[in-house]
Write a protein of this length. Structure first.
Length: 150
């Protein structure tokens, strides 16, 4: 598995409740740009409309060697999941404050592009501060242990 890009900001802004894997419908030049790593998942989200799932806000840069057949970098992309999974997610999304956020995009062992989606709940400001304080404390503990070893 080769990770193309990760959405680090999602783990900072949301509590991750559950993760799912989905395929993504792409055009030819989009696949070439993906393999080159020209993807940005920041501020992107997934939504369900008429029993189909879509990914919005993902920026896949244009392919330099592409000509007039190049793709629109900000277009809406269809996600591929089983119908029963989409129904299950529809019920969960209708709950208060839950949304679908892409965590990472990767190529699986067969070279097929996949998206890892997370069912997420937004963090409050004090939750974010708490997480940063925990991270700083663990970093200080690691430094102290390292100094004590030397």
């Amino acid at each position: 598995m080769k990770v193309i890009t990760e959405n680090r900001k999602a783990r900072h802004d949301y509590h991750i409740l559950e993760t799912f894997e989905a395929g993504i419908s792409l055009q030819g030049t989009e696949v070439k740009s993906l393999r080159a790593g020209k993807v940005n998942l920041k501020d992107s989200y997934a939504f369900i409309k008429d029993g189909e799932m879509f990914l919005e806000g993902v920026h896949i840069g244009t392919y330099e060697a592409g000509n007039r057949f190049n793709h629109d970098p900000e277009r809406r992309r269809k996600l591929l999941m089983h119908r029963y999974e989409i129904r299950k997610l529809t019920g969960k999304i209708k709950e208060k404050g839950l949304s679908l956020v892409p965590l990472r995009m990767y190529l699986n062992d067969r070279g097929i592009c996949k998206v890892e989606l997370a069912l997420a709940q937004g963090k409050k400001l004090y939750d974010k501060r708490q997480d940063l304080a925990k991270k700083d404390a663990s970093r200080d503990i690691e430094r102290a242990f390292k100094e004590r070893r030397n």
